[in-house]
Design a protein around this ligand. Structure first.
Ligand SMILES: Nc1ncnc2c1ncn2[C@@H]1O[C@H](COP(=O)(O)OP(=O)(O)OP(=O)(O)O)[C@@H](O)[C@H]1O
Ligand SMILES: [Mg+2]
Length: 243
């Protein structure tokens, strides 16, 4: 359960959607610094819509978003990135015809002022966690495997030194051993840098490996909050993922 301390990122009665109507029907969540929080729920319940609204790719139609208590509800996505919110979209959205290095560099453009302030883009961090990216600098992004592309998309967000990472289904289309490696990298970043993570996931193994607490969505609403113990119960977790 939410422990009541000041959240790093908080949404209150958040509403948003598309031309077809509202998807998020008033979502309230909070993520404290250093937490790894899950967003669960079956297809189409609004998980990606929630992340897109938190990063500012979709405008909020109601409610509020705060970062360290500061209202960012009306800020543009690039401003939120500069404040330290990193985003890895569902399906990765890397640039297949650009080199691996240029894909990583794309992350530095959006958050230039932030990475300047913090000492420049952090390539060392990326290569420490995903060393293969250094060896494949010149290769086109599209030639990497699905799992490697996911790591590239995570690296593109990490290069900008985010404080919180919003990850949308990092296991989607990724082979199991790479899902495992992605989970290890997220845990290591959390331990090493106190990186806060909000992760949308439907893969039970990855949820159980990395998530400490989770929200279950249904039809644009939070319908359950799961504790660490509830997440460890595989049969129960499978039910919640299919809610
Ligand atoms: N660009 C869009 N325009 C109109 N409706 C959309 C758009 N994107 C998503 N939707 C609709 O909004 C609802 C929520 O979609 P969303 O992508 O947030 O779900 P999700 O929980 O991320 O699903 P999934 O697990 O399949 O990724 C769905 O009914 C979907 O059809
Ligand atoms: Mg989605």
């Amino acid at each position: 359960m939410w422990n009541g301390t000041t959240p790093l990122l908080e949404a209150t009665r958040l509403r948003s959607g598309y031309a077809t109507g509202d998807v998020l029907q008033g979502i309230s969540i909070g993520i404290a610094e250093g937490e790894i929080v899950g967003v669960l729920g079956r297809n189409g319940v609004g998980k990606s819509t929630l992340l897109r609204t938190l990063i500012g790719l979709l405008p909020a139609r109601g409610g509020a978003i705060t970062l360290r208590g500061q209202d960012i509800t009306r800020e543009a996505a690039h401003s939120r990135a500069r404040r330290g919110i990193g985003y890895v979209p569902q399906g990765r959205e890397i640039f297949p015809h650009m080199s691996v290095l240029d894909n990583i560099r794309m992350g530095t453009f959006v958050g230039t002022s932030r990475s300047d302030r913090a000492g420049g883009p952090d390539f060392d961090l990326i290569y420490r966690h995903f060393p293969f990216l250094r060896d494949r600098h010149a290769q086109r992004g599209g030639t990497l495997s699905g799992g490697q592309q996911e790591m590239l998309a995570i690296a593109r967000a990490l290069v900008n030194r985010p404080d919180i990472l919003l990850l949308d289904e990092p296991s989607d289309g990724v082979q199991p051993n790479i899902v495992e490696a992605i989970g290890d990298a997220i845990l290591a970043l959390n331990a090493e840098r106190n990186l806060t993570v909000l992760v949308v996931e439907q893969n039970i193994d990855l949820v159980q490996k990395i998530v400490g607490r989770a929200y279950v969505l249904d039809k644009g609403r939070v319908v359950r909050e799961l504790t660490a113990d509830e997440i460890k119960n595989t049969a129960r977790l499978a039910e919640y993922l299919a809610i």
